[in-house]
Write a protein that binds this ligand. Structure first.
Ligand code: 5AD
Ligand code: SF4
Length: 539
């Protein structure tokens, strides 16, 4: 009798941005079709995948440490297949085998469709497998683009982190080549996906019960696709998806300041399902720095864009990213970034200390000359400023009522329910124990959610099966845990309510706030109560 060779348990750790979250969702779905099931116990899995991020060095170090810890696990499990996939795989390629010889698979962002086959082959013949796309230096743009395949198989609703929220990739790659950034290398040339495929995917998602779709792209507002004689821009795509019945909200991240066109702002203004929220990273408030970063705009251009946003979509929330301690950043340059934050009062900002990345122009051309303690001090100073602005702006909202898309239990409620930090065994992607990539210091965000990378909203993980959210008979009818949701402007709101509201829109009146969160209670409708006064009825 032949011994069973491998179990079908899969452990996957995902770090980085929403693009990585989506990639993991799709990879897991494909492997589930081959009979795999997820486990959050790495010691039980014969297949271990790390979906990686290269944007900052720290994120890579975490993965190499996690790999280091696995060094001897093959003694226990000689059949184990260990794979490094995503951005680090594309960037470091064979170096990964050198640094971690027990790794079996290295699969870049443009080759993810190959994973089921490569896992099967690695099991079969125990040979190392490398599947990466062409390097941007080694071939023409067309050839390189052809080697980065957008990975968008048919969706498996079971694999979504939340049944009513989904990401939809509308483009891959980036051609902006900001001098500090590794993404044009790790994700390849900018390529927009066919508009009609995206619309069909969104229709399918809505049919499956999805209420909120977030379009993903490294520079999402640069989207352009010519199909059947028609040129589609992001505004056209949004309009087409807006017509799909069942959807309540449409968002898109991340925007590139230079591509913020008026047609896009007009659909944000005119279409009721589109979030009045834009994530448009400024990166710096100093023209010299912006030039060195090769961002392609000046502070004056950015200001012009902000004025157009304010004029077209009054009350639109805007969030940003900043890099502190970029090569040559003086105290004066740093002060200019603080001034920019004071001027535009962002809803929140993600703040990153500059991390030199091999293969980028900044790495080749400029010395990383801002000492670490100065970077840290600037980071703290910027964060403190943004925090105080966010808190002041949140306080202005006390007393107002907002329509909130209810996302799930708040962190506090999850802790109450489980007596500890909740870790789901539902098909959440956060199955691993390896800490995620270093979070930027950000404000305006519920720390319910893991986050890294640029996009102005982090993935929302509803990591409880919906059945578990229903009140238990013993607790009913008072069971009204703290729920969390977001306003149309992407502001986080917590409030007590019936967990059955998860996935629906509720009206919440704000009563208090913190730097990151509005605190309120639900108002469903107003009815006459004997007297003539209209009283809110709480669910
Ligand atoms: N060092 C620090 N931050 C970086 N970012 C991108 N590359 C680097 C780097 N080398 C930041 C930018 C970008 C976000 C995703 O990460 O602010 O918007
Ligand atoms: Fe592209 Fe954004 Fe990186 Fe610039 S920062 S190269 S726009 S991914």
């Amino acid at each position: 009798m032949t011994e069973p060779t491998h179990n079908q348990k899969l452990f996957i750790e995902t770090v980085g941005c929403q693009m990585n979250m989506l990639d993991s969702e799709l990879v897991v779905a494909a492997l589930r079709k081959d009979g795999f099931s997820l486990t959050d116990d790495i010691t039980q899995a014969d297949t271990v995948l790390f979906n990686t991020c290269s944007v900052r060095e720290h994120a890579e170090q975490k993965i190499y440490s996690a790999l280091g810890r696995l060094k001897f696990s093959k003694r226990e499990r000689p059949n184990q297949v260990i794979g490094v996939i995503g951005c680090m795989a594309q960037k470091d390629q064979k170096l990964i085998f050198k640094r971690a010889p027990h790794v079996d698979l290295v699969v870049g962002t443009g080759q993810l469709a190959e994973i089921p086959r490569l896992v099967a082959e690695a099991r079969e013949n125990r040979e190392r497998k490398l599947a990466v796309s062409l390097s941007r230096r080694d071939a023409t743009r067309t050839e390189v683009a052809g080697s980065f395949l957008s990975y968008d198989p048919l969706r498996d609703p079971e694999m979504r982190p939340s049944p009513f929220q989904a990401f939809a990739r509308i483009m891959i790659g980036c051609d902006k080549f900001c001098t500090y950034c590794v993404v044009p290398m790790t994700r390849g040339p900018e390529q927009s996906r066919p508009a009609l495929d995206i619309v069909a995917e969104c229709r399918q998602l809505a049919h499956e019960g999805v209420k909120e779709i977030t379009f993903l792209g490294q520079t999402v507002n640069s989207y352009k696709f010519v199909q059947e004689g028609r040129t589609w821009r992001l505004s056209d795509l949004i309009s087409a998806v807006h017509d799909i019945p069942g959807l309540d909200r449409i968002k898109f991240v991340t925007n590139y300041p230079k591509d913020m066109t008026d047609d896009l702002l007009e659909v944000v203004r005119d279409l009721p399902k589109v979030a009045k929220y834009l994530h448009v990273p400024a990166q710096s408030g100093c023209d010299d720095m912006l030039k060195r970063m090769k961002r392609g705009y000046t502070v004056a251009h950015y200001r012009d864009m902000m004025e157009r946003i304010a004029a077209t979509v009054p009350d639109c929330a805007v969030s940003s990213d900043f890099i502190v301690g970029f090569c040559g950043e003086t105290d004066e340059a740093h002060q200019k970034s603080l001034d920019l934050i004071r001027e535009f009062r962002f809803k929140n900002s993600f703040i990153f200390k500059y991390s030199p990345r091999g293969g980028t122009k900044a790495y080749q051309l400029y010395a990383d000359d801002v000492p670490e303690d100065v970077k840290r001090a600037r980071n703290h100073e910027m964060l403190a400023l943004q925090n105080s602005i966010s808190e002041e702006d949140n306080a202005l909202r006390i007393g107002r009522t907002y329509e909130v898309l209810v996302e799930g239990l708040s962190k506090t409620a999850k802790k109450d329910l489980h007596g500890q930090e909740f870790s789901a065994d539902s098909p959440s992607l956060r199955t691993g124990s390896v800490p995620s990539a270093p979070a930027p210091t950000d404000v305006g965000h519920d720390h319910d959610h893991d986050h890294d990378h640029d996009c102005g909203r982090e993935p929302v993980v509803l990591d409880l099966p919906l059945a578990e959210l229903s009140p238990t008979p013993s607790a009913a009818p008072e069971y009204r845990p703290q729920l969390v949701g977001r306003t149309m402007c992407d502001r986080i709101v917590v409030f007590p309510g019936n967990p059955r509201l998860v996935g629906s829109l509720a009206r919440v009146q704000v009563e208090d706030c913190t730097q990151t969160t509005l605190i309120g209670s639900i108002v469903t409708r107003e009815v006459q109560h004997g007297s003539s006064s209209a009283l809110p009825i709480l669910v």
